[in-house]
Ligand binder design. Structure first.
Ligand code: HEC
Ligand code: HEC
Length: 294
C-alpha cells in the first residue's frame, strides 16, 4: 500500500494510498488552530474534573471537588446569606406578637411578601395558587366566608394547629354525623332536608318537601349550622345560605354530605416545626390580607 502514496501535484498534499476506481484520497492534515483547540479542551477537562465535582463513582459523581466546591454547598451558602439578611426582619417577627407585627408598616410589608412565598410553597397545592380554593373541600381563602373564623388570631390558630389533624393535640375539631350511613335519618327525611338547604341557599327547590325539611333541620342541623343555617365558627360548620360550597350545592352533593358527612383535614404547621414561628405569622398575615376579617 505504501508504494501507492505520493504527493499530489495540484494541492501539494500527500495521498493516503487509498484508491477506488481511480479516485484517490488526499491526507490533508488537521488545521493547526483546530488541533490546538482540541489539546486545549483536553487540558481544560483535567482542570474541570479537579475544580468541580464531576468524578464518576459507581452510580453517581463525586459530591464535592478536590477544591471543596459543590453546587449544593453554594446553594446552602446563598440560603444562609439570604437568611442572615432577612433576620433583620424575621427575628423581630419571631419576637413580637402578631398584632405588633401588623402594626409596624415595614414588618407588615415584609410579612405579606414573605407570607406569599410561603403560601406558594406550602399551601397552593390544596388552596390554589392565589388562595382561591379547589373543589372537594379546599376552601377559598380570598373571600369573607370563614369556617373557623377570619380574624388574625383565628387564622394564626388554624394554621398553627390544623383541622381534624390527629397529629396535633390542639387541632380544630368537629364532626358532622353521617345521618344516612348511621341510620339517624331515613331517605325521606334526607330528601326533605336537602330541599330545605336548597331553599335557604336561594336555589330552585320543591316547596312542600322543603317545608317538612325545615323541621328536620331545626332538630338535627341547627345545633351546628345555626337555626337560620348561617353556620358557626365554633363548629367550623359552613354557612349554608350563601352560594359558596365546599362540596357542591347540587341535590346529589348535598344528599351525599348528609348521608356520609364530610371531614376536611388540614395540616398543623406548627407541629414538629414544619414551619417556623415567624413563617406561620407571615403566612397568617398574608392570608388575612387576602380576605380576613370576621
Ligand atoms: C393537604 C391540603 C392542605 C394544605 C397543604 C393546606 N391546607 Fe389549609 N385547609 C385544607 C382543608 C381541607 C381545609 C378545610 C378544613 C375544614 O373542612 O374545616 C383548610 C382550611 C384552612 C383554613 C381555614 C379556612 C376557614 O374558612 O376557616 C386556613 C386559614 C388555611 N387552611 C390556611 C392554610 C395555609 C396558610 C396553608 C399553608 C401553610 C394551608 N392552609 C395548607 C387543606 C390544606
Ligand atoms: C356536629 C355538627 C354538625 C351537625 C349536627 C350538622 N353538620 Fe353539616 N357540617 C358540619 C361541619 C363541621 C361541616 C364542614 C365539614 C368539612 O369542612 O369537611 C358541615 C358541612 C355541611 C355541608 C357541606 C357544605 C358545603 O359547603 O359543601 C352541608 C350541606 C351540611 N353540612 C348540611 C347539614 C345538614 C342538612 C345537617 C342536618 C341533617 C347537618 N349538616 C348537621 C357540622 C355539622
Amino acid at each position: 500500500m505504501a508504494d501507492k502514496k505520493y504527493v499530489d501535484e495540484v494541492t501539494g498534499t500527500e495521498t493516503t494510498g487509498h484508491e477506488w476506481d481511480g479516485i484517490q484520497e488526499l491526507d490533508t492534515p488537521m488545521p493547526k488552530w483546530w488541533l490546538y483547540t482540541l489539546y486545549a479542551t483536553i487540558v481544560w477537562a483535567f482542570g474541570y474534573v479537579i475544580a468541580y465535582p464531576a468524578f464518576p463513582i459507581s452510580s453517581s459523581i463525586s459530591e464535592s471537588s478536590a477544591l471543596g466546591w459543590s453546587s449544593r454547598g453554594l446553594v446552602a451558602d446563598q440560603i444562609a446569606e439570604a437568611r442572615a439578611e432577612q433576620s433583620v426582619y424575621t427575628d423581630q417577627i419571631a419576637a413580637k406578637a402578631i398584632e405588633e407585627v401588623m402594626a409596624d408598616p415595614d414588618l407588615l410589608r415584609f410579612s405579606q411578601a414573605g407570607g406569599a412565598a410561603t403560601f406558594r410553597a406550602f399551601c397552593s397545592q390544596c388552596h390554589g395558587g392565589a388562595g382561591s380554593g379547589r373543589p372537594g373541600g379546599y376552601p377559598n381563602l380570598q373571600d369573607d366566608d370563614w369556617l373557623w373564623g377570619g380574624t388574625i388570631e383565628d387564622l394564626h390558630y388554624t394554621i398553627s394547629n390544623g383541622i381534624r389533624n390527629e397529629l396535633s393535640p390542639d387541632a380544630r375539631f368537629s364532626q358532622m354525623p353521617a345521618f344516612g350511613a348511621d341510620g339517624i335519618l331515613g331517605g325521606e327525611e334526607i330528601a326533605q332536608v336537602v330541599e330545605h338547604v336548597r331553599n335557604i341557599s336561594g336555589q330552585e327547590h320543591d316547596a312542600a318537601l322543603a317545608a317538612e325539611g325545615a323541621t328536620v333541620f331545626a332538630e338535627n342541623c341547627a345545633a351546628c349550622h345555626g337555626e337560620d343555617g348561617t353556620g358557626s365558627h365554633e363548629q367550623g360548620a359552613p354557612n349554608l345560605t350563601d352560594a359558596i360550597w365546599l362540596f357542591g350545592g347540587e341535590r346529589e352533593d348535598i344528599a351525599t354530605t348528609v348521608r356520609y358527612s364530610r371531614a376536611g383535614v388540614m395540616p398543623a404547621w406548627a407541629y414538629n416545626g414544619y414551619l417556623s414561628d415567624y413563617e406561620i405569622k407571615m403566612v397568617a398575615i398574608y392570608v388575612h390580607s387576602l380576605g380576613g376579617g370576621l
